[in-house]
Design a protein around this ligand. Structure first.
Ligand code: 3H9
Length: 657
């Protein structure tokens, strides 16, 4: 079956692209398109051309897999230029997501007709690139320049009804079924007339003045936090608005080719495929997950409420269990508040919000979970309490109900052994806030059955999260690496660094926040309680840094007490370095007989990365993670590791030796 074929409807030719799964612009598609335009231009029977795609989407872009290979002719910019120069009008019929090179092909066409649900966008920045086939030049000639800057530097696809889509579509079909007819109607209206001038022959729309440009580009730069491509994308649009069009095309191509060779783009391409790889688990390949409609959540604290909101937002019914009536009411209000916030942000409409609130119930009685398909426990991190909860669940739930714990580091095998049939127990480790964070670690116990594990993955997908498989160990993948990261930071404090040195080095590295700022936000008391519990079993030979304990002994628990690693002015969350903390740290080094040495930001970053990588390697060797790229995804999605660096394991592999 040819990836590009032509069908005649009266005097209109429909050029079909059929290259599953997403109609990417492989060499065969580009070659097919080029010969179609040549052939149809020379065919006097044809008066207009509709370009449409089979399957779930219009062209979703260049074939990303080809970026690591030598470029092959015909090149996309030439194919698009040829379409734009066609003697007959070309009409793009857009459905699904017309992205990157796909949208650029549509911009080369003379008209664009859309399915009401279609989205168009230039997401190349997410791959560390900018559009490389005329997108930055043609888009600001179709929609105002400021909109074009936002679309190319932000990368977010837009639908027909969004203000950002202004000017992009010539018409929007009434329904998906009517898309082809709408495109054919437009084709007939234009039939016989010469193709109108292509976008590259027009003027840019509403270009900003010098001050406007500085403002636009600065806004992009500050949001990019060290990533190159968003800024390059904005600069390319500026060139497109200010330079002759052929220079703008050449400049765009030049930036694209240079960015394609950068470490950032290689890292982001790695992340693109790594993110899709996580759900590939041979043990559950072809296994049918159990049906999940009704869920239970035990515990309505921050985590439990977030999980409940996330389940409701995905259309599932939730019964929330708390210990007394007052706590149930409080927890339900908390969940309601999260749903209201989603409604306010436009993520849910009025009817949806009402339906979700109807689907939420609360109880103090575990018997209310009798008809649940799946229950997630999110109570206090204490093995005895968790085992008690599971023993109670064993009595009330259906024998085929899946039981999950949201523990972030406890032994899930031990939790599972609290029930008669441990095959139905697994870990689902959400990250806070659970209804926002994309990561879920799916923890496979030694006893879990394949269909229960498959249910965990299917649920994560339904919640639009990225599931990563981990086996049981203290902290699984993410928290185990975080512990190694934290230890390294503690060592550096004793060896000569201060909290602000470390935090600022990690911010420069691209982390949204430093470790000590994060600890102050989360509260130092929880970790302190855990360290006290572990004191008896701690290996006395292991290096143990006492600074955090000393701060806690002084009642410095972080932001909530106005002081922790930093100090905070009344009502402020702005961390300020505190001379008292410095004094404690310096004294501690002296007591340990350590001569303090200054660390550069690069040294701090290198020590932290090394710590993450060496823990990651152990995690792989022990079979806790399936693959190195899964570890990268955990660190990126759960802990703010900069996406454009590709994750610690990618960096170790790329820069080894
Ligand atoms: C570009 O266009 C550069 C140009 O400006 C200039 C060129 C000169 N290539 O995501 P899914 C695979 S840059 C190759 O699970 P969904 C994907 O790996 C490109 N493969 O589906 C997966 O494979 P597998 C700009 C691709 O329905 C399968 O397709 N475009 C590509 O959840 C299904 O994908 C983009 O950045 C590709 N372009 O989402 C768009 N796209 O089954 C990237 C997908 O083996 N794509 N695959 O795991 C997407 O955002 C989503 O795939 C899309 C569908 C929204 C389209």
């Amino acid at each position: 079956m040819a990836v590009v074929s032509t069908e005649m409807r009266d005097r209109v030719a429909i050029v079909w692209i059929d290259n599953p799964p997403v109609n990417a612009l492989s060499q065969a598609v580009r070659a097919g398109l080029l010969s179609a335009v040549e052939e149809l231009d020379g065919n006097s029977e044809v008066s207009a051309v509709v370009l449409a795609c089979k399957g779930r989407t219009f062209i979703a872009g260049a074939d990303i897999r080809e970026f690591d290979k030598p470029p092959m002719e015909p090149h996309l910019p030439d194919v698009i230029a040829r379409i734009e120069a066609a003697s007959k009008p070309w009409i793009a019929a857009l459905h699904g997501t017309a992205l990157g090179g796909g949208f650029e092909v549509a911009l080369g066409c003379h008209y664009r007709v859309a399915d009401p649900r279609a989205k168009v966008g230039l997401p190349e920045v997410h791959l560390g690139l900018i559009p490389g086939a005329g997108g930055t030049v043609r888009l600001p000639r179709l929609t105002p320049v400021a909109n074009a800057v936002q679309m190319v530097s932000g990368g977010r696809p837009v639908g027909a009804t969004e203000p950002l889509a202004q000017g992009i579509f010539d018409s929007v079909a009434q329904s998906s079924d009517e898309l082809l007819d709408a495109a054919l109607t437009l084709a007939r209206q234009t039939a016989g007339k010469p193709a109108p001038a292509g976008l590259s022959g027009r003027d840019p729309i509403e270009p900003p003045d010098e001050a406007g440009w500085s403002k636009l580009i600065e806004a992009v730069r500050s949001k990019a936090r060290g990533q190159l491509s968003p800024v390059e994308a904005a600069l390319a649009v500026r060139d497109a608005a200010e330079l002759p069009v052929d220079k703008a095309f050449a400049g765009e191509r030049d930036r694209f080719v240079k960015l394609r060779a950068t470490d950032q783009s290689k890292a982001l391409r790695h992340v693109f495929f790594a993110e899709r790889q996580t759900a590939k688990v041979p043990a559950i390949d072809g296994i049918e997950p159990r049906a999940v409609n009704k869920c239970g959540v035990i515990g309505g604290g921050t985590m439990g409420a977030g999980i409940a909101a996330c389940l409701l937002l995905a259309g599932l019914a939730v019964t929330l269990i708390e210990r007394d009536g007052e706590t149930v009411d409080f927890a339900l209000k908390r969940v309601g508040g999260l749903l209201d916030a989603s409604h306010k942000r436009g993520l849910v409409n009025d009817a949806g919000l009402a339906a979700m609130k109807d689907a939420l119930g609360g109880s103090t009685d575990y018997a209310a979970l009798a008809d649940c398909d799946l229950v997630i426990e999110a109570v206090f991190e204490d093995m005895n309490i968790k085992r008690e909860v599971f023993a109670r669940l064993d009595q009330v739930t259906r024998p085929d109900a899946v039981l999950a714990t949201n523990t972030s580091y406890l032994d899930v095998n031990e939790i599972a052994s609290a029930i008669a049939d441990p095959k139905r127990v697994l870990g689902l480790h959400f990250f806070s806030p659970a209804h926002v964070m994309k990561l879920v670690e799916v923890i496979a116990t030694d006893t879990v059955s394949a269909d229960v594990l498959a249910t965990g993955f299917a649920l994560a997908k339904r919640l639009r999260k990225t599931p990563v498989l981990a086996r049981v160990c203290d902290g699984f993948i993410g928290n185990r690496i975080l512990t190694a990261y934290r230890k390294q930071c503690d060592y550096m404090l004793e060896d000569g660094a201060l909290p602000a040195d470390i935090d600022s080095a990690m911010r420069q590295w691209g982390m949204p926040m430093g470790l000590f700022e994060m600890a102050d936000m989360a509260g130092l008391d929880i970790g302190w309680a855990m360290r006290k519990r572990q004191a008896a079993t701690r290996d006395p030979a292991e290096r143990y840094v006492r600074i955090a304990d000393k701060l806690c002994e002084m009642g410095r628990f972080g932001q909530k007490t106005g002081a922790g690693w930093y100090t905070y002015d009344e009502g402020s969350r702005e961390p300020k370095p505190d001379p008292i903390v410095e004094q404690i740290i310096v004294e501690e080094s002296r007591e340990r007989g350590i001569t303090r040495e200054k660390f550069s930001a690069e040294q701090i970053q290198a020590r932290i990365l090394d710590a993450m990588v060496s823990e990651g390697k152990k995690i792989l060797d022990e079979g806790i993670a399936q693959r190195a790229s899964d570890i990268d995804m955990v660190m990126i999605l759960g802990y703010g590791f900069p996406r454009w660096r590709g994750g610690p394991m990618f960096m170790a592999e790329r820069f080894k030796g």
